[in-house]
Design a protein around this ligand. Structure first.
Ligand code: FAD
Length: 553
């Protein structure tokens, strides 16, 4: 019997604090069925609607098993919020991977990068029996944690092991937000979340509309995923910094990948290479560009991290300093169109979290945010960033966006006074156009420390102007947002990749066969979940190619 004859109900709204019975009653009423006809209820999604402060409602999508499901569905035919539950189970695209991998001359697929794109690609390849090799420039996650904390606590920076580089990728020291707005018709996001739960994430990530796992859990999750990949015949190599992609001209004139060269000279032969290097592998981008891989500059954003007391955000959003546990610490999402044509928006908001030093290059300062699962720190933080584009701001070719980022990150380092201190300014001083010489009631969380100064020295003029307009507008939407003591630290430059490595419908680089550009660095993802989804996508493209079957788009 099909295990999915369930009915999905969307937009079921209930007040905070309701019990299970109230949810079941709402389902019974919506479906117009007898109470004993409701056999099973599974919450598929739970979000909330906080548009009316103080009257927050929980909003459910549920899957129900009911008696005579066919008749119930027929009675409600045409209603948008009652429909058969879609089948979101993941199915591998090939089932003969082990046979393929045992064949003569089999060339194991290589995955460069052990971030969410790389480890999900490797996991799916391993589950299909294809025994991938994962090359990661950084260290195993526990050792990487020590290096990352050395920057935050002692100003000691390691260019190969930091917030951006090492097992788990860029999002390991993060809030671990696990949602995305990417189109996902094949439900790969569900597969990513299910694998995360198997690796130790709380089950609630499967149904909360805005789930997060916090940084500590992420560390042990990536270890579990590595163990599974290795148990299935995959192989991890750490400290394996890919310096060069090896490419040959095929008989038909097309460029074909033949392998990679590691720092130190070792060559690893491969016909299928997944490039999941993230947005900060600037040396690798330069090397790929030099070897002729097609890439184009793309827009990203620049700005600052802003910090408020979490209680200010809770009151503004929910009307209380002690939000209901079902809601947790309040978040926000803000946007504004400035009169100079620039978009300004909040980015990677971390309730109850800390601002972190996130550089991957020596002598530069970059901010980002993270939090623990509990989101219990005193401050809320978010990037407040301004859009930049290659046409207007860095018209010098595919690598020009990197030069632009480096310039402002260096300015931030200098304005911070060295030792990786970040420049900081209160919102009051920033709006008044005067440097901060001290800070007020909001204690900045950035480590190793901050230097009160003028952030206008480490941001382009247009960004300063756009931010000065946006902050009062955000204050009208979220009371207290431009409070004078809110602290801004800079600079936020790694919102997304400064370039894109285009690929065709078969997943391969448009001018390089056998190269599968993927994840955030190649411009195909913007967050942990979307990077994982893209990892599955390219793993399938590789598997189908190894099996000699077409990719069906
Ligand atoms: P990455 O995660 O960047 O992984 C790339 C990997 O490739 C790295 O491990 C790197 O060491 C390796 N690598 C690079 N070059 C080479 C080379 N030449 N040879 C070998 N290995 C190489 N997203 C969210 O969705 N939610 C959040 O809460 C969140 N918070 C964040 C907080 C911080 C502090 C940061 C920095 C990012 C955050 N992000 C968050 C963004 C998220 O981390 C990224 O979108 C995601 O990690 C991208 O995945 P990826 O696999 O494409 O690349």
């Amino acid at each position: 019997m099909d295990p999915f004859p369930m009915i999905r109900l969307t937009e079921l709204r209930l007040p905070l604090g309701h019990d299970r019975e109230a949810l079941e009653q709402a389902i019974i009423e919506r479906l117009g069925i007898a109470p004993d006809a409701l056999e099973e209820v599974v919450v598929f999604r739970r979000g909330h609607d906080a548009r009316r402060r103080g009257r927050v409602m929980l909003v459910y999508t549920v899957d129900c098993r009911v008696r005579d499901a066919g008749a119930v569905l027929a009675a409600h035919a045409g209603r948008a919020n009652i429909a058969p539950t879609p089948d979101t189970r993941y199915r591998f695209c090939i089932d003969d991977g082990a046979r393929i991998a045992a064949g003569p001359g089999y060339s194991r697929p290589v995955v460069i990068g052990a971030g969410p794109c790389g480890f999900m690609a490797a996991l799916v390849l391993a589950q299909m029996g294809l025994r991938p090799i994962i090359l990661e420039r950084g260290k195993v996650v526990r050792e990487r944690t020590v290096d990352t904390f050395a920057l935050w606590r002692k100003s000691i920076f390691n260019p190969e092991s930091n917030v951006q580089f090492g097992e788990g990728g860029a999002g390991t020291f993060s809030d671990g937000k696990l949602y995305s707005r990417v189109s996902d018709p094949r439900h790969y996001g569900r597969k990513v979340l299910e694998e995360f739960v198997r690796a130790g994430a709380p089950e609630e990530i499967l149904y909360l509309s805005h789930p997060h796992v916090g940084t500590f859990r992420l560390v042990s999750m990536v270890e579990h995923i590595r163990a599974e990949i290795e148990a299935l015949g995959g192989e991890y190599r750490f400290g394996a910094h890919v310096d060069e992609l090896l490419v040959e001209q095929g008989a038909d004139g097309a460029r074909q990948v033949t392998g990679v060269r590691l720092h130190g000279g070792e060559v690893i032969a491969a016909t299928h290479v997944i490039l999941a290097i993230g947005h900060s592998a600037r040396d690798t981008f330069a090397s790929l560009h030099a070897s002729g891989v097609e890439m184009v500059a793309k827009p990203f954003s620049i700005g600052v991290r802003i910090e408020h007391p979490q209680s200010v955000i809770d009151v503004a959003r929910y009307g209380t300093r002690t939000p209901d546990p079902a809601l947790g610490a309040a978040d926000y999402s803000l946007s504004y169109q400035a009169s100079n044509g620039r978009s300004v928006y909040s980015f990677c908001m971390c309730p109850g979290g800390t601002v972190v030093a996130a550089t991957s290059e020596e002598g530069q300062v970059v901010t980002n945010g993270m939090s623990q699962y509990s989101r219990a720190e005193r401050n809320a933080n978010a990037g407040i960033v301004v859009g930049v584009s290659p046409e207007v701001d860095y018209p010098g070719g595919p690598l020009a966006g990197i030069a632009f980022q480096r310039h402002w990150e260096r300015q931030a380092f200098l304005a911070g006074g060295g030792r990786y201190f970040a420049p900081a300014q209160t919102v009051g001083d920033f709006l008044a156009g005067r440097p901060s010489t001290s800070l007020g009631d909001v204690t900045p969380s950035y480590r190793p420390g901050v230097t009160p100064t003028d952030l206008a020295t480490c941001l382009p003029d247009f960004a300063v102007a756009a931010l000065r307009e946006a902050l009062p507008s955000f204050d009208r939407k979220l009371d207290g947002f431009s409070m004078k003591d809110a602290v801004m630290t800079g600079v936020e430059t790694r919102t997304s990749s400064p370039l894109r490595i285009p690929r065709g419908a078969d997943g391969q680089g448009v001018n390089t066969r056998g190269l599968y550009p993927a994840g955030e660095g190649a411009g195909y993802a913007g967050g942990i979940l979307s990077a994982g989804i893209d990892g599955i996508r390219v793993a399938e493209a590789v598997a189908l190619s190894l099996a000699g079957r077409p990719v069906d788009g």
